[in-house]
Write a protein that binds this ligand. Structure first.
Ligand SMILES: *Cc1c(COP(=O)(O)O)cnc(C)c1O
Length: 435
């Protein structure tokens, strides 16, 4: 049955055919929505519990200037993060400019010349290639005499336990585990899987630091990687934990020693966590964290809707429509650049900010191929907001994420389908053939 919303979709450029198709896919997912609502309920209570335990008060929202000594709001927020992640300590700062910076900070502060960094889950996220020195870059770990090695996942996406065991050596100091698939078509790792991997690594070498790149994973499960043995979890506040409100920032949560190292690197030896004025960032950090479980759930709904819709149209999707979720990213493989471009342009047309602009592929710093990005966001570049990224290289997959509200995510996916139909990439009679 069609709801009364048909007309407003039509006013916003969605044909009746696309609307009906989208509604039919949406209606088939009611059971999944109930599970996601339960997940977000759990995580909402986890966040409120941590805020209450640490007596978050009105004074915590005020912020400091200058050196930022005795910043009650900053110190309390770091305790709240530590409690949510069940870690000894946390560093949550507007001075951490983005996720790459947070990860670089964790690595550069906890590795020393002569140490080796090891990734047991294959190539890390594109921007980390320059941090590590896989692609030559000024200031990379490699320039400081820190080596890097990796073992790829097996073709079926599982861990290469033998290879991992063989790769760990005397110099292995820190193991980096990326939870999310990033710009790759490999599976995202569940928290339980990360736990198994950490267990194996600690059996081979107990004193190695296990760090998880938690970007896009926060609040997609009831547990976080720090609940299964990770010594350090790291992420961006313009993704899940910022709830769409944080205008900047990154976080690290983990063992006190590793957080302390990071703090001395972020500010200065001798100063550490004691300085770093929060300026006016705290209200958005707190309120964003409060909203994060709910916002993440909305993004999950948008991703699952996209998976089911494009799967039925015959495009390879990772994860598929039925799989359990461990991050908010949805990959759809179009197999040619035109599909990637049309999809991203459709997402852009659904934006509340910059909905009138047309994205094109460009050579973004930090990436090794042109990338097209659909990002009409209130916070520039925020990918917890409805956004899509497509590197223009085989297999020509698009990575879709976010949506502060599920209604926006649903509209975005409808718009993308509309664009693919208008450009003739999906046949006009798609709806009669595929439902
Ligand atoms: C986004 C992301 C990063 C980098 O974060 P930026 O904020 O874009 O610098 C690193 N790793 C993963 C898995 C990511 O998704």
């Amino acid at each position: 049955m069609l709801s009364d919303n048909k007309n407003i979709y039509k006013e916003l450029g969605i044909s009746e055919e696309v609307y009906r198709y989208g509604e039919a896919v949406w209606a088939s997912l009611a059971e999944t929505w109930a599970q996601i609502d339960e997940l977000s309920e759990y995580n909402q209570l986890k966040v409120i519990g941590a805020m209450q335990k640490n007596q978050v008060s009105e004074a915590c929202l005020l912020g400091t200037t200058g050196y930022g000594y005795n910043d009650l709001g900053r110190e309390t927020l770091e305790k709240v993060y530590a409690d949510i992640f069940h870690t000894e300590d946390a560093l949550v700062r507007p001075q951490i400019t983005c996720g790459t910076h947070a990860l670089a900070l964790a690595l550069m502060s906890n590795l020393r010349p002569g140490d080796e960094l090891f990734s047991p889950v294959g190539k890390p996220y594109d921007t980390l290639e320059e941090v590590i020195g896989i692609r030559p870059s000024k200031g990379s770990l490699k320039e400081y005499g820190i080596s890097y090695t990796q073992v790829d996942l097996l073709p079926d996406g599982s861990f290469d336990y033998e290879g991992i065991q063989a790769a760990i050596n005397d110099r292995t100091r820190l193991v980096t585990i990326q939870r999310s698939k990033g710009y790759q078509t490999r599976p995202t790792l569940s928290v339980d899987k990360i736990g198994e991997l950490i267990h194996l690594i600690k059996t081979v070498k107990p004193d190695v630091i296990c760090m998880v790149d938690n970007c896009y994973g926060e609040f997609t499960e009831r547990k976080e990687p720090s609940d299964v043995g990770a010594d350090l979890v790291v992420g961006s506040l313009i993704k899940n934990p910022g709830g769409g409100l944080a205008p900047i920032g990154g976080y690290l949560a983990g063992k006190r020693e590793f957080i302390e190292n990071a703090a001395y690197r972020l500010t200065s030896p001798g100063l550490g966590k004691e300085v770093g004025a929060s300026l006016s960032a705290l209200p958005a950090f707190y309120q964003g964290l409060f909203l994060a479980p709910s916002v993440t759930a909305n993004a999950l709904k948008a991703a699952i809707f996209a998976a089911n819709l494009y799967e039925r149209l015959g495009f390879p999707v990772i994860p598929n429509g039925q799989e359990s979720r461990h991050d908010i990213i949805q990959a759809v493989t179009f197999g040619d650049p035109e599909g990637v471009i049309a999809f991203c342009q459709g997402i852009q047309q659904a934006a509340a900010v910059d909905g009138h602009v047309t994205p094109e592929p460009w050579d973004m710093p930090g990436y090794d191929s042109p990338v097209i990005m659909a990002a009409g966001a209130f916070v520039s570049g925020s990918s917890i907001e409805l956004s899509a990224d497509g590197p223009i290289k085989p297999p020509y997959a698009v990575y879709f994420q976010g949506g502060l509200t599920w209604q926006h995510g649903k509209f975005g996916i409808m718009k993308s389908l509309q664009k693919l139909v208008e450009k003739g990439i999906i046949m006009k009679d798609f709806s009669t053939r595929n439902l």
